[in-house]
Design a protein around this ligand. Sequence first.
Ligand code: ATP
Ligand code: MG
Length: 336
Amino acid sequence: KDCPEEFKKVELEPLPAMTARFLKTLNQICEQCFSTSDLFLSVFFLGQVFHCPSARLQLFGSSKNGFGFRQSDLDICMVLDGQETADVRTRSWLGILFSLRNILPITTAKVPIVKFYHVRTGLEGDISLYNTLALHNTHLLACYAAIDWRVKILCYVMKVFAKMCDIGDASRGSLSSYAYTLLALFFLQQRNPPVIPVLQEIYDGEKKPELLVDGWNVYFFDDLKALPGRWPQHGKNVETVGQLWLGLLQFYTEVFDFREHVISIRQLAPLTTFNKQWTSKYIVIEDPFDLNHNLGSGLSRRMTNFIMKAFINGRKVFGTPVTSYPPEYPSPMEYF
Ligand code: ATP
Ligand code: MG
């Protein structure tokens, strides 16, 4: 009710039904091998090349983490049975996909991906190879989304805001949706009282359990039913989503010290840019699992300014009470 009108129109229905249908279709195609889809023909081909007939696909990103829009892309991770990691051979074979229509392989990225567009469903997607950490951070984000309904709305709003202000496309030099989701989650952890806990800091005993994936500890507390008993602040924050949204804009424009601190959702205590030796960038966002990964490392000074200005403008626009409405808009009273 307290959401700005603009965001009331945001499609809040997540993707599961659609993606399930889509994956089912793809699986059928896969079973029939050489039928219509170039994409799955190529997956099948890759499988054959490696003598691993079953290339397995898993969804991650917003179709799984609870922050998906109807227009969101479909992030898919592929692994080949019998092969533990993506080796050089796997990467080079991605080049084969060049010859296929509608498919764009990006082999130079940190995680090699194949972009595609599925005409019938209108879905855009990425298939990455062995993006195993992403499967875990997707699960982490999904848990945060499930803790409190306000988390989902706030992260949606954050993503819509980023897209509308043209600051939410990492392939064009800004930050990814994932980075903005981390920004929103960090704010919700730092709020007083907090809306969400730091799941990576909840565990039994003295020492944090170790669950290593690609050399990084991916442990976090995911028994959400038991969370109220494990986190004393559960349910203490009763702010509305509107208040939190204004709070978020205020936090990143007036409170958070970007020069000094890192945006890190894995610990409650402040983490300094000095500690991480990440002092050359203004916006510094630490990945919750891959601790060497700064999501803001690709930002130019110009883009950083552009992003900060968007937040400042957002703070001004949303924080200014509206006293009159342009005549072409209906009176807000009509909504009540
Ligand atoms: P959208 O709805 O806009 O597609 P999304 O939540 O799927 O949003 P993406 O930016 O498409 O976000 O990222 C999809 C997934 O890829 C993320 O959930 C994360 O697991 C992984 N990912 C994306 N960018 C990064 C990054 N810079 N570092 C690590 N993992 C990333
Ligand atoms: Mg996505």
